[in-house]
Ligand binder design. Structure first.
Ligand code: NAD
Length: 251
């Protein structure tokens, strides 16, 4: 229970990868603050399971991020994980969708970091962990906003790592390949439309085509990396972009 006494805010933790990270940090003793959308009853159950509190902040809204951070109090670990996808050719990409994807997948991490850093510096310890993506290292067609945001968060992470290197704070990305979560499931219909494919073709020829293992990554495998990054043994892992993609970006 090496995280006893530490407080961890995990954004987008009502589902998928974020929930797995929240559970894994809790299992090591961290006090967890959840964030994300969902049904009130399900969120209440999660809060009870994890002894956690929950912020309903919409992280595309800077004012709501500021309120969340003020209510959260001192945070030792911030996991910027909330994300969304939108699939469309660039010339048809709705401008409001572009703005939302960039706001959630990139700008939100800047805002939580800038608000958490003073407290981390004062305590001389901190971990900033950003859920990036294989798309922080490589591109796919029809995902312009997502790829731009994920490349952006990899750059932001490196900058944070350099700025905070002497303060006991590390900043790293975890970059999963395709993980079977609602985010992946929900993009299948739009990908079918954009590429003129069946569901089965999207699964095998688009998603798993990229992954040399031909299998989806599991959320617990991503969470295990986040836990490691919080350990003292990881104090010199800083500014890294840690792939969990079955070898996709090794190609
Ligand atoms: P998910 O859809 O299961 O979970 C997304 C979470 O973000 C949910 O808790 C949701 O409520 C929350 N969220 C959505 N919009 C929000 C908003 N405006 N404000 C606050 N919270 C919001 O998705 P996931 O697959 O677990 O994705 C988590 C992260 O992992 C994302 O950043 C995603 O880009 C990244 N990722 C996912 C995969 C994958 O294959 N699933 C691969 C690489 C990277």
């Amino acid at each position: 229970m090496f995280l006893e006494g530490k407080r961890a805010l995990v954004t987008g933790s009502t589902s998928g990868i974020g929930l797995a990270i929240a559970r894994a940090l809790r299992a090591e003793g961290a006090q967890v603050i959840l964030n994300g959308f969902g049904e009130a009853d399900a969120i209440a159950d999660l809060c009870q399971e994890l002894g956690a509190t929950h912020s309903p902040a919409d992280l595309t809204d800077v004012g709501q991020i500021e309120q969340m951070m003020a209510e959260a109090g001192p945070v030792d670990i911030i996991v910027n994980n909330a994300g969304m996808q939108f699939v469309s050719p660039v010339e048809d990409f709705p401008v409001d969708r572009w703005d939302l994807v960039i706001a959630l997948n990139l700008s939100a991490a800047f805002h939580t970091a800038r608000l958490a850093i003073p407290g981390m510096k004062a305590r001389g310890w901190g971990r900033i962990i950003n859920t990036a993506s294989a798309h922080s290292l490589t591109a796919s067609p029809f995902k312009s906003a997502y790829v731009a945001a994920k490349h952006g968060i990899a750059g932001l992470t490196k900058t944070l790592a350099l700025e905070l290197a002497q303060d006991g704070i590390t900043a790293n990305c975890i970059s999963p390949g395709y993980v079977w979560t609602p985010l992946v499931e929900n993009q299948i219909p739009d990908t079918m439309k954009a590429r003129g494919m069946t569901r089965e073709q999207v699964m095998n020829d688009v998603l798993l085509a990229k992954q040399p293992t031909k299998k989806f990554v599991q959320v617990d495998e991503v969470a295990a990396v986040a836990v490691f990054l919080c350990r003292d043994e990881a104090q010199n892992v800083n500014g890294a972009n840690w792939s969990v993609d079955g070898g996709w970006t090794a190609e």
